[in-house]
Write a protein that binds this ligand. Sequence first.
Ligand code: NAP
Length: 227
Amino acid sequence: MTSVLITGANRGLGLEFTRQYAADGWRVFAACRDPAGARDLAAVEGDVSAETLDVDDGPQVAALANKLSGQPIDVLINNAGIYGPKDVTRDTVDYDAWGQVFRTNTMSPLAVSAAFAANVAQGGQKKIITLSSIMGSIAENDSSGDFIYRSSKAAVNAVMKSLAGDLKSEGITVAVLHPGWVRTDMGGPDAAIEAPESVTGMRAVIAGLKESDSGRFLNYDGTEIPW
Ligand code: NAP
């Protein structure tokens, strides 16, 4: 059975990924910080197991990797992310908060990818996907501010580009995706699209990825985003 491991699966895009893959008959390992409190996740029908995972918690990452040892995972989706402080100017940067955003958005996707790379190598599809953002594109940055979130996503793009090279010999395809501006807690009520549209698009992109696509930065509609 085709399987996917999704981080931050209790709400927003992670929950929608879980719904769609489960509805499609996939086995879903739906990881989140508080499975007991994840009511929307519990309501998803299908082959879904809620797994405890704070992506910033090294021992929890190791414990889940140990629990799933030997379990092939076709697709790993590093979805969990935070925005951090908003409306920050160069004079009001909270450097501790920046560190936390870097931990969650930049460092933890590598930690999780490293922990589950062996599972992905055993899967049929062999894909590691990270939810980045067009806000991480330096080429597309024509505004000011947003130092913290922008830099965390630019950095995870660099990390995943390196990981693509790293895992090439194992036949693992690594890609970063922009989900669009989506109406979730993070995207807010004024965002352009709903989660089902974004995730339907990203799933099609993921399904179409070939080994030669490793290291690419793609929009949810499949178009290339400049670094
Ligand atoms: P969201 O609605 O705010 O949900 C964020 C998810 O990440 C929640 O499940 C949250 O879990 C989880 N999370 C945060 N820190 C975590 C940690 N340390 N360990 C485990 N889970 C953690 O955000 P979203 O809109 O679905 O965003 C999903 C991804 O898409 C993020 O990486 C985001 O940067 C990216 N993205 C979103 C948009 C957009 O417009 N929405 C645009 C570009 C990129 P808790 O419930 O436990 O907090």
